[in-house]
Design a binder for this molecule. Structure first.
Ligand SMILES: [Zn+2]
Length: 329
């Protein structure tokens, strides 16, 4: 049985802790997790159950729940090599997604060489059955979120070791208020824009310094900017989230981002002293900043739109099959 895993404020707390883990290296020698003493124990955290499912459940593709609380049936894997993409940290087995997400990534990978970006290095998508993860990420639970490195794809097939151990490029300057001019290029703008202009894309999360750079130089027709939302971390990858797929009634999306470009007051807030130096703040002040950030981000990065809590409790029973059905069913 799955208990509601996360609620309101704990979502925020986890969101803050999560991204730092994502840059961690993988391993060349992945080991299966030790079996649980009593998997039927209702107090077993859902993340322990989901992490032990190496295969998807073979049902019709369905995203169930919301971005930060749910699961995925009928996941498909993004092949680890495409002509214009390569999957990183393969040992994590997180290159699974709803077929809509896989189609989007293939479409985008096809398109980016035309805008000056040689190909995509793809980070975490979702686990084979979605759900919460043991490390990193609050969202990525229903197969509709993808992390894409801000490092252009090299011109050779990466070795297994490179995929596990290579570091992504941090594009944010040391003072955290600007992108690093030695690293940031027009092609970075172009690749994020290419994602934002895809109609499947719901929103994109980037570091505030990146959003600032995009606002400065959005190119012709800046209508795409409103989908790009500032959020903590996200300085070496950007996070793309697609809409709930058609015909997936159990998928609960979130309110659309505000229609304006998000380059005004809202963005300025991210560069106030308190926010830039929040690590130095007392825990209570830090928590207040996090709550304000979630509010600024239209409660979105946490993915729990007001009123969605009821839907969250429904997620449990709907996700049981994703956990309990043997793969092959
Ligand atoms: Zn992400």
């Amino acid at each position: 049985m799955i208990r509601p895993v996360v609620t309101g404020l704990s979502v925020l707390a986890i969101a803050l802790a999560a991204e730092a883990v994502a840059q961690e290296r993988g391993t060349l020698n992945p080991q299966p997790l030790p079996p649980l003493a009593d998997p039927a124990d209702p107090n077993t955290p859902a993340k322990e159950l989901f992490a032990r499912k190496p295969e998807p459940v073979h049902l019709a593709a369905r995203a169930i729940g919301n971005y930060v609380h749910g699961c995925l049936a009928g996941a498909v894997a993004l092949p680890i090599n495409g002509k214009t993409w390569q999957v990183m940290r393969v040992s994590r087995n997180r290159n699974w997604g709803h077929p809509d997400l896989i189609r989007f990534l293939e479409r985008m990978a096809n398109k980016v060489p035309r805008v000056g970006w040689p190909g995509l290095l793809v980070g975490d998508l979702a686990q084979p059955r979605g759900g919460p993860m043991l490390t990193g990420h609050t969202s990525h639970q229903i197969g509709l979120d993808a992390d894409i490195w801000l490092t252009p794809m090299p011109d050779h097939a990466l070795s297994r070791k490179e995929r596990e151990e290579m570091s992504a490029t941090n594009v944010v300057a040391a003072d955290r208020t600007e992108v690093d001019p030695m690293v940031w290029t027009p092609a970075h703008v172009a690749v994020i824009r290419a994602a934002a202009e895809d109609p499947a894309v719901e929103r994109i999360f980037v570091n505030a310094a990146i959003k600032k750079a995009l606002c400065r130089d959005p190119g012709s027709n800046p209508a795409w900017l409103h989908k790009v939302r500032p959020w903590w971390h996200h300085d070496y990858h950007f996070h793309v989230r697609i809409h709930c797929p058609a015909g997936n009634p159990d998928c609960h999306g979130q309110p659309p981002p505000p229609p304006d470009d998000g380059c005004g007051k809202e963005l300025d807030w991210w560069f106030t002293d308190a926010v830039v130096h929040r690590r130095r703040a007392a825990p209570q002040a830090r928590a207040a900043l996090s709550a304000k950030a979630a509010d600024q981000a239209d409660r979105s990065a946490a993915g729990l739109p007001a009123g969605a809590r009821g839907a969250v409790t429904k997620t449990g029973p709907l996700c049981w099959p994703a956990i309990d059905f043997p793969s092959g069913m």
